[in-house]
Design a protein around this ligand. Structure first.
Ligand code: HEC
Length: 156
């Protein structure tokens, strides 16, 4: 299944360009959209290990819009995957059913995985499954998107 997305071109840049034009043809606008995070508590240069905005309503709003503009074309509208990329409502599913501190530790681990995934994208053997978002938007925007995804979580 995953290999369906493999792109033959060797260079990452070429693969990225190919993927971009593929999506441009299929789904219209694919230029990554800047995310305005004005109003969110600033996070500074150090990468957080945990979502600092879990209950922040503005983060939820900013994240919903940022998700729609940057992620939905692959991961599906409102995080409901059409099968092209993983369903991000299920990102936390391994934490379901875990109790107390262990549950918090589990969410923290998923937060880390999420941040790594969007900072670096998903690139293996020169094939770009997902482009990196580091440098496209800031850490504040990344966690705002996570806050939105938590609101779309399949189960708690
Ligand atoms: C060009 C299509 C594309 C775009 C745009 C995209 N992704 Fe992905 N994403 C993928 C694919 C494909 C995978 C699975 C990669 C793999 O097989 O390793 C993935 C994997 C992930 C994962 C890991 C999921 C898991 O269950 O392991 C996360 C988290 C993620 N994406 C978040 C995002 C977010 C947030 C955005 C928007 C900022 C985004 N992605 C934009 C295609 C995309």
């Amino acid at each position: 299944m995953k290999h369906k997305f493999r792109i033959a071109a060797g260079a990452v840049a070429v693969a990225a360009a190919a993927l971009t034009s593929l999506w441009a043809n299929a789904h219209g606008n694919v230029v990554p959209q800047a995310v305005d995070t004005t109003g969110l508590p600033a996070l500074g240069d150090k990468w957080r290990e945990e979502n600092p905005y879990r209950t922040n309503k503005l983060a939820l709003k900013i994240g919903a819009s940022a998700y729609g503009q940057n992620c939905a074309r692959c991961h599906g509208l409102e995080a409901v995957s059409g099968g092209i990329a993983p369903d991000l409502r299920l990102l936390d599913r391994d934490c379901t059913g875990i109790k107390n501190e262990k549950k918090d530790a589990c969410y923290k681990e998923i937060d880390n995985y999420f941040l790594t995934s969007i900072r670096h994208g998903k690139v293996r053997n020169g094939a770009v499954y997902m482009p990196p978002f580091e440098g496209v938007f800031n850490q504040e925007a990344m966690w705002a998107i996570k806050t939105y995804l938590e609101s779309r979580r399949a189960a708690d």
